[in-house]
Design a protein. Structure first.
Length: 519
């Protein structure tokens, strides 16, 4: 486990009256934990204190510059290994040597500066700026300022690792990390809502007055990495990706390279998580993957409602296979839904006329279709339209990726030789289609852009409508809904749909960091 992209606030100071031995031990711990964090892919958050107090023995009493010295030693070229909070006022008070060190670190890209305006340069604002950059904090020594930063970080759900080094505080205004350490013993959950057990295990080691042993550094890292791992696993997904059949789930797992084990919801639903790099969103989109386990709109609506209520994703995508209209589709074609038609809703009226009483005795009646229509949300429709506008470049990219998966197509003249996704209307009902006249009739009676028939989209669309969440259906054509229906094209259709879905997440979907789910 690593700390990639995570920053840890290193906060604390020491009393000038502390023994040189303890000051040396505290400084050594700071250097070692900073180096360990940076080597794990993370960084530290510090304040560029100036002027910088020292003890009579020449030991530094504020640990921020010790941390920056270590960053200068271990940071990889071009990698941001520290965030330094400062101000013009503080910069003017630095020694020539400290100013030169900071300038070198900034110029090399190892340090990113966060400037505080001189007219609001207060301890509280400095603490706010530090806490805003950090997911965790290591507290060693210090006084009220350390306790204040710890409280602010815990209010936002961050992790606080207190080290009871018994070095006092430079300002002699409290016991800082010693106080925090005692509180953590009594309530570790408050200090580590993620990684709680790791903190419990670490506290006996962090309680030694000499915090320089390898055990102390390893224990601190264990808390930080475990908290990061648990926090990351609990992160709400941006996209919920659903499948209905095992072959569809397998295709999605292979395409997104999901190798981890699932976690279970309270209802027992398996959910896999993966991060998908999104070019337009300029970040990774956390994607949750689940399988309904059974076909049908009822099952689809129930699972969608459960997972959307639990995760509140921005978008729900259904990926899988469907029956297409022969002449409009080829086996392996991929259709993205411009709308979903729930075609089975209807009114059955009693027969009328002179012979109506005989027809009623025979149970005959007239069916009046009353279909429900679900359109894509405008923002998703815009993303899909722009994505498909890439034309030949998109087709080439998708076809190449599908071939790289090693999926072979069945023989026949009705089989697609390339992946060419398009928009169309999808008909959704409860019946497995084995009569091609059904889809053809729906296209003639309900909507002239119907090309596919399947059994889950209406349930997903209705659940998303009620929960005010956007949806998209991505279907690969596996058959023509006739009595020749077979399973030999399921893998091609599933893999084609999964390839399009994954590519859309990477290249076509735009979700802003602060964007809320649809309302």
């Amino acid at each position: 486990m690593t700390l990639a992209g995570k920053f840890v606030l290193v906060a604390g100071s020491a009393d000038p009256a502390a023994s040189p031995e303890r000051l040396s031990e505290a400084a050594r711990y700071v250097r070692e934990i900073v180096a360990t964090i940076v080597h794990a892919g993370g960084g530290v958050v510090v304040f560029t204190a100036a002027p910088e107090p020292v003890s009579r023995s020449g030991h530094q009493l504020i640990f921020d510059w010790i941390a920056l010295e270590e960053v200068a030693r271990v940071a990889a070229p071009g990698a941001v290994a520290a965030v330094a909070v400062t101000s013009a006022k503080v910069r003017g008070r630095m020694t020539v040597e400290r100013g030169a060190l900071l300038d070198r670190l900034v110029a090399s890209g190892a340090v990113r500066l966060v400037m505080i305006a001189d007219d609001v340069h207060t301890g509280g604002n400095i603490g706010d700026a530090q806490v805003a950059e950090a997911f965790a904090m290591v507290a060693i020594g210090g006084g009220r300022g350390v306790v204040d930063r710890a409280a602010k970080l815990m209010r936002k759900g961050g992790i606080v690792v207190p080290v009871d080094a018994r070095v006092g505080a430079a300002s002699a205004d409290g016991k800082g990390s010693e106080t925090l350490y005692q509180q953590a013993l009594a309530n570790p959950e408050r200090f580590a809502p993620f990684g709680t057990q790791a903190l419990r295990d670490a506290l006996p080691v962090l309680g030694v007055h000499s915090a320089t042993s390898d055990l102390a550094v390893k224990a601190t890292l264990a808390v930080l990495t475990q908290a990061h791992h648990e926090q990351d696993a609990a992160r709400a997904p941006d996209v919920l990706l659903l499948t209905a059949l095992p072959v569809e789930l397998e295709a999605v797992q292979q395409t997104l390279e999901i190798a981890s084990d699932p976690r279970k919801t309270a209802n027992g639903t398996n959910v896999w998580s993966v991060d998908v790099s999104s070019r337009l969103s300029a970040r990774s989109l956390r994607t949750a993957v689940a399988c309904l386990g059974a076909a049908g709109n009822v099952s689809a609506a129930a699972t969608t409602s459960e997972l959307v209520t639990l995760f509140r994703p921005h978008l729900v995508v259904m990926v899988g296979i469907a029956a297409g209209i022969r002449g409009k589709c080829l086996i392996g074609d991929v259709v993205l839904s411009e709308r979903v038609t729930a075609y089975e809703a209807a009114a059955i009226t009693a027969p009328r006329g002179a012979w109506g009483w005989i027809r009623r005795l025979l149970g005959a009646g007239s069916r009046e279709p009353r279909p429900e229509m679900y359109r894509l949300a405008h923002a998703i429709e815009q993303d899909v339209t722009a994505y498909l506008a890439a034309g030949d470049a998109l087709i080439t990219r998708l076809t190449t990726r599908l071939r790289a998966l090693g999926v072979s197509a069945p023989s026949g003249t009705d089989v697609a030789t390339e992946v060419r996704p398009r928009l169309a209307t999808i008909a959704s009902g409860e019946k497995l289609l084995r009569d091609p006249r059904v889809l053809a009739g729906l296209r003639g009676e309900l909507h002239g852009r119907i090309e596919l028939g399947e059994m889950e989209a209406a349930g997903i669309a209705e659940a998303c409508r009620r929960l005010r969440t956007d949806f998209l259906i991505v279907r690969g054509v596996s058959d023509f809904g006739d009595n020749k229906k077979a399973d030999n094209a399921h893998r091609l259709a599933s893999a084609s749909a999964a390839a399009v879905c994954a590519d859309f997440l990477r290249e076509g979907l735009m979700i802003q960091q602060s964007q809320a789910p649809a309302t």
